[in-house]
Design a protein around this ligand. Structure first.
Ligand code: ZN
Length: 111
């Protein structure tokens, strides 16, 4: 995995990853592509117990990570005991299945 591209809304500045057709916050459609650096720290996380169909595990940790360059992104945290402020390294992996198709997304593991 090398390049992660996130999308920053030109209107309200929300950074989204992965790409959405419209900004989740203001619904505009113009984005600037930004490339998060590979390392960051965990800002906040939540443990999701009830997953939508397509996830192959019982619970997972979703967290917001701030990269060293200030970009924030939501991803799956692959740490057994996540802690706010811990250093994480970004990766790109399959995060769920839709039918027999793997869907890839941002993952973070302890750096
Ligand atoms: Zn926006």
């Amino acid at each position: 995995m090398s390049n992660i591209t996130a999308y920053k809304c030109k209107s309200c500045g929300l950074v989204m990853y992965p790409h959405h057709f419209r900004c989740l916050q203001c619904h505009k459609r113009e984005f600037e592509e930004i490339t998060p650096s590979e390392k960051g720290k965990l800002l906040t996380f939540t443990i999701v117990e009830q997953l939508p169909w397509g996830f192959d595990e019982r619970g997972r940790v979703l967290g917001v990570v701030e990269f060293d360059n200030g970009v924030k992104a939501l991803g799956v945290i692959l740490a057994e005991s996540p802690k706010i402020g811990m250093k994480l390294k970004a990766g790109w992996d399959s995060v769920r299945m839709i039918g027999d198709q793997k869907v890839y997304g941002l993952t973070f593991e302890p750096a």
